[in-house]
Design a protein around this ligand. Structure first.
Ligand SMILES: Cc1cc2nc3c(=O)[nH]c(=O)nc-3n(C[C@H](O)[C@H](O)[C@H](O)COP(=O)(O)OP(=O)(O)OC[C@H]3O[C@@H](n4cnc5c(N)ncnc54)[C@H](O)[C@@H]3O)c2cc1C
Length: 339
């Protein structure tokens, strides 16, 4: 359905798939008969074919739709080879998805319900929508014939900057996710980052520790979002169930996105928002009583990549705003751009 070949996702070849995921239980392989009391027929067949990803999905998230649990179609992709940018996915198909999200699943104004929780929910989706548009504008196909890519400040202005609420919602979503990451600091500092490359894995963990303990970040933004103020009204349990259901529906709707690369980033970022919602609203505030925080591997990946996407969107807004305003006012010229 996309007009561009850039819409397709480039999957990793088999040799790039980390060994540790292929054989997570190799200590119990059929070669090791000591544990099987010498009875080969008693061994569990741990050949990992379609179930290679099962270990990634053991922990429930009430906010998301884990359709991949038994899905043999799951593949391993390098996100850096599949940047989120313009793909040519436009027109009625993409419009239908956004319309369905806003009209059916993410109602801004429900008659008789002006709960702050519902407003938060709407702002998160709108902020994510802004961020997706910012990435399209930041890396736009300026000239298909010459395969020339670059920023499109007019598109950025027309679809995002012109609407202060969309910019505010982008900031809101960024702060919400930042709060979730800092709240999960202990978990993220100790999470497993194994890919079979010890150097890379160690580096990843060290970068994560630096990020969650960053002093400048804590000083500039001690509480980016205060989740303790929510879920205080009447009937909050019902409301939470309703919003969780709506969010799960949005998460399932991502499978209907008719452009592979958009679907990849759409699913990943919705899972990232779902993970932030789980950290902030479904785990006890000090993570010590009741239900301790546990995240799936995919949730950690989605959360951190979402934070990256949002922070780069904020940076792009800062960088392109002055140019966009000048181009729109006609003070400066820009290469011919489609909006
Ligand atoms: C999940 C998903 C991921 C996508 N990823 C990509 C991608 O990676 N690359 C790509 O090129 N295209 C992607 N698309 C398509 C892209 O989002 C647009 O739909 C497409 O560029 C057409 O844009 P549009 O101008 O018709 O407005 P759309 O962005 O489709 O917006 C539809 C309507 O929603 C409202 N709206 C717009 N922005 C906001 C906001 N921030 N808050 C509230 N309301 C808003 C407006 O009324 C607008 O007319 C994706 C679409 C979806 C559904």
């Amino acid at each position: 359905m996309c007009s561009l070949r850039d819409c397709s996702v480039c999957e990793c070849p088999a040799h790039e798939f980390p060994e540790s995921f292929k054989r997570p239980n190799s200590q119990l392989s059929s070669d090791n008969l000591i544990c099987q009391e010498g009875k080969p027929q008693a061994t569990v067949d741990r050949t990992l074919d379609s179930k290679a990803f099962m270990g990634w999905m053991e922990i429930d998230n009430p906010w998301t739709y884990d359709d991949e649990t038994d899905n043999s179609e799951m593949t391993y992709v390098n996100l850096q080879l599949n940047p989120e940018r313009y793909t040519g996915y436009i027109g009625p198909s993409s419009r239908r998805i956004w319309d369905s999200i806003y009209k059916e699943h993410c109602l801004k104004d429900v008659p008789g319900d002006s709960s702050p929780e519902r407003r938060v929910f709407y702002k998160l989706i709108s902020g994510l929508h802004s961020s997706i548009t910012v990435h399209i504008a930041a890396e736009y196909l300026l000239d298909e014939g010459k395969d020339l890519w670059g920023p499109n400040p007019v598109l950025l202005y027309e679809r995002v900057l012109k609407y202060p609420e969309r910019v505010r919602n982008l900031y809101f979503t960024f702060l919400f996710v930042l709060r979730a990451v800092t709240k999960a600091a202990d978990y993220l500092s100790q999470a497993e980052y194994s890919t079979g490359n010890p150097l890379e894995d160690q580096h990843t963990q060290s970068l994560m520790i630096q990020l969650v303990n960053n002093r400048q970040l804590h000083a500039a933004c001690p509480i980016p979002f205060d989740e303790a103020k929510l879920w205080k009204g009447q009937n909050v349990h019902d409301l939470k169930r309703q919003i969780q259901l709506q969010f799960r529906n949005i998460s399932a709707l991502m499978d209907c996105v008719g452009c592979e690369k958009c679907r990849l980033w759409g699913k990943l970022q919705i899972l990232g928002v779902g993970t932030a919602l789980k950290i902030l609203f479904s785990v006890d505030s000090d993570n010590s009583v009741g239900q301790p925080l546990q995240l799936q591997r995919n949730e950690v990946i989605a959360l951190i990549n979402l934070l990256n996407r949002l922070s780069e969107s904020v940076q792009t807004v800062h960088a392109l705003l002055p140019i966009a305003e000048k181009v729109v006012k006609g003070t400066i010229q820009c290469p011919s751009l489609r909006v």
